[in-house]
Design a protein around this ligand. Structure first.
Ligand code: NAD
Length: 354
């Protein structure tokens, strides 16, 4: 059981140290090896996803990643930007299924910008296709063209999905719904985009294999609205890469606590890359104040989805609930009446609760 550990940039190393301590405390015999990715890798090797990291990631059963990026690398050519490292590892490992839970812990109900009664008890899972769609479609670019009698800059991208790509993400979503509330909402824009008409058709065909799951369809503009109007109507949502990018951020913000949200990106054999939903938070990096819980909860997802250790995953999640119930808060989730702690102290508390 090999885990490739990629702390990355900014707060990455600080939050990763706590997740690694939690994994070690479980004594499940994991072999963990660290690699470089993102800005740190650019500084050391000139590229954001060096060959040595790629070899490590390919040989591992799972990858635990902190975050990448920061202002220092924002002016580099696009190909050398830290975020390219993330796209490269997802593509290389065929991580096509992105699972992002948005859970609002009762203790943090005030953190949401929505009324507590609208969000209290929220527990939804967004399944986003991650390796296709307009983000990867060719042709793409910006070039000079003659349009309407004038030479002007012309930007273009291509949206496409094959039915097999839709079917494999659909299966992940139906299976996930089966393990939860058995309701799946597929999100598309079939009234305008042919690609998403195909999406809807294939999802409907798949439903025949999952008679125990109730499938519904929603247009993406309505889905964006419903997520803030009545988010608890959803159990599992499945959508393409671009819509999923936007909706999963929207859903995560319903909880008001970006430092709490884990994510998983899986391949066809449940090999996965696990990472917090937030970025490298350069504004607080190196201060020891970042919230490590999203990374610790990402490690719990890894235990569940890649290693099948449901019990250990639950133990970690319960330990996190316990420290919240004890009133411990990092700055991002602090409110008067609770106790403000730093990254290490939060990690210590989770270990004690374990
Ligand atoms: P961000 O998520 O890094 O930060 C947004 C805000 O949330 C900041 O105020 C930050 O301090 C706070 N925050 C985030 N995580 C926190 C935590 N664990 N504990 C406490 N507070 C936390 O987003 P951003 O500022 O837009 O981006 C910063 C950098 O991160 C950019 O270079 C961006 O490209 C990169 N980024 C990387 C990833 C990734 O690695 N997956 C994702 C998003 C952004």
């Amino acid at each position: 059981m090999k885990i490739c550990v990629l702390p990355g940039d900014g707060i990455g190393p600080e939050i990763m140290a706590e997740a690694v301590r939690v994994l070690e405390a479980l004594e499940l015999g994991f072999e963990m090896e660290e690699g470089l990715i993102g800005g740190g890798a650019v500084d050391a090797t000139g590229v954001p996803y060096p060959e040595a990291t790629s070899a490590l990631a390919r040989a591992a059963d799972a990858i635990l990643l902190g975050a990448v990026g920061g202002p220092k690398w924002d002016t580099l050519p696009r190909e050398q930007r830290p975020e390219r490292g993330l796209l490269a590892i997802r593509k290389e490992l065929g991580l096509f299924a992105n699972l992002r839970p948005a859970i609002l812990y009762p203790e943090l109900a005030n953190a949401s910008s929505l009324k507590p009664e609208v969000v209290a008890g929220l527990d939804i899972l967004i399944v986003r296709e991650l390796t296709g769609d307009i983000y990867f479609g060719q042709p793409r670019g910006i070039e000079m063209r003659e349009v309407d009698g004038a030479q002007q800059r012309y930007g273009f991208n291509t949206m496409h999905y094959t039915e097999s790509e839709i079917r494999r993400i659909g299966r992940v979503a139906f299976e996930a719904a089966r393990k939860r509330g058995k309701r799946l909402c597929s999100v598309d824009k079939m009234n305008v985009l042919e690609t998403t008409q195909l999406w809807r058709d294939v999802m409907s065909e798949l439903a025949a294999d999952y008679p125990d799951v109730e499938l519904s369809h929603m247009l993406v503009d309505n889905a964006a609205m419903q997520l803030v109007r009545a988010p608890k109507q959803f159990d599992v949502m499945v959508t393409g890469n671009m819509f999923g990018d936007i909706l999963s951020d929207e859903a995560s913000m319903l909880t008001g606590s970006i430092g709490m949200l884990p994510s998983a990106s899986l391949d066809e054999h449940n090999k996965g890359l696990y990472e917090p939903s937030h970025g490298s938070a350069p504004d607080i990096a190196g201060q020891g104040v970042a919230n490590p819980l999203a990374t610790i909860l990402s490690a719990a997802m890894m235990l569940r989805y890649t290693f099948g250790h449901e019990e250990a995953a639950k133990r970690v999640e319960d330990a996190v609930k316990k420290v919240l119930a004890q009133g411990l808060r990092t700055g991002d989730i602090y409110e008067p009446g609770t106790r403000r702690v730093g990254t290490r102290e939060m990690g210590d508390a989770v270990l004690a609760a374990l």
